[in-house]
Design a protein around this ligand. Structure first.
Ligand code: PHE
Length: 356
């Protein structure tokens, strides 16, 4: 190529430019990907490409000769760009043809849709509701934000009772509280319906507690039966039936004396451990579920206190009743052998997908 002071030969320059376009067309015919084609394009038309190299000579030409060379350069550029476009279009078409030619086996089974699952707490709530529905109970619910009267006073819980302490109860605006148990649903139901009453009341309750075995919100299931001549034996029979249906047949129930302001007498309810059938031993070792005691605690219960009946306008001489309450997360932990309460609230699908 010409260099130095000497003016380049115009005809040779134009010839070189025209040949470049031809060389490019030959080159890209063999290229099979867009990337290769773009790289080749840059080798010709890029800042340091072959066309630019030739154009460096332009400055040394006499002005009257420059237009002819410029025209040749534009021609080469247009030809190269045209070749790129044609080649890319051909590649696209080949891709499409290959796609269309592919054999699709339409008889293969489709991939199944990933189905969601019900939350273990929902499963347990529904199962327990089902057991009591079968006994003629109905489901009632109440609000989370409650009056102190429904949550405490009407339940024979005097103002100085420790459960009313700021430590345990969440107070909200307007003198209301977040209910600390589902027992206010007993009050709401009896205030709006005459006896006989046979209800279960599932729902979330709130306490100022937060550690490995307590969450500030947790679900409970309340039960209330009021009628003429209801006895403690009816309570025990009902709990026994529930345990047989929920945990397994032939498991015993144990009632330990306890205290709740709204029941008298009151009891803590234990079910015989279903894992070791109450023996305290499983596979020759201390049972991991009941820790060897043979019993698992499932809730509190008792006979409705006469003052509760008085608060809702029922005659304690005319009717009697029993009530019980259990923690649904505890029931789910026992049933599914989950050992960390918090897994119910972490929304980890790997955990949740196990419950079908
Ligand atoms: N409300 C009691 C609690 O939350 C449980 C209970 C309900 C006890 C009904 C007796 C009768 O601990």
């Amino acid at each position: 190529m010409s260099s130095g002071e000497q003016a380049p030969n115009v005809a040779a320059l134009i010839g070189d430019l025209d040949r470049l376009a031809g060389a490019f067309a030959d080159e890209i015919g063999a290229l099979a990907t867009e990337q290769e084609i773009r790289l080749a394009q840059a080798r010709y038309l890029g800042k340091k490409g072959r066309v630019s190299e030739l154009m460096k000579a332009l400055g040394r030409l006499p002005p009257e000769e420059r237009p002819a060379v410029g025209e040749a350069a534009n021609r080469a550029k247009a030809s190269i760009e045209g070749a790129v476009a044609t080649r890319l279009a051909a590649l696209d078409e080949a891709d499409l043809a290959a796609d269309l030619a592919r054999v699709v086996d339409v008889t293969l089974p489709a991939r199944g849709a990933a189905l969601g699952t019900l939350h273990p707490l929902t499963l347990v709530r529904r199962e327990i509701e089902g057991i009591f529905l079968g006994l003629g109970f109905e489901v009632r619910t109440g609000p989370w934000v409650e009056t102190e009267w429904n949550n405490f006073d009407a339940l024979n819980t005097p103002p100085d009772h420790p459960a009313r302490d700021m430590q345990d109860t969440f107070f909200v605006e307007g003198g209301r509280i977040l209910r600390s148990h589902t027992s206010p649903v007993q009050i709401r139901t009896m205030l709006s319906e005459p006896p006989p009453i046979r209800i279960v009341a599932p729902g979330n309750v709130f306490r100022r507690d937060d550690d490995a075995t307590h969450t500030p919100m947790f679900p409970q299931m309340e039960g209330l039966l009021v009628d003429k001549g209801v006895s403690f034996a009816d309570l025990k029979g009902t709990l026994l039936y529930f345990v047989h249906r929920f945990f397994g047949p032939n498991l015993g129930v144990r009632l330990r004396p306890s205290y709740f302001p709204f029941t008298e007498p009151s009891a803590e309810v234990d079910a015989a451990c279903y894992l070791c059938a109450g023996s305290g031993l499983s596979a020759g070792r201390s049972c991991r579920l009941c820790k060897g005691s043979g019993w698992i605690e499932i809730g509190g219960a008792g006979m409705v206190h006469p003052n509760v009946f008085r608060a809702v306008g029922y005659d304690p001489q005319a009717v009697s009743g029993f009530a019980f309450g259990m923690g649904l997360s505890r029931m789910a932990m026992l049933k599914f052998e989950v050992d960390d309460l918090r897994s119910f609230y972490e929304h980890d699908v790997r955990f949740l997908a196990q419950f079908r």
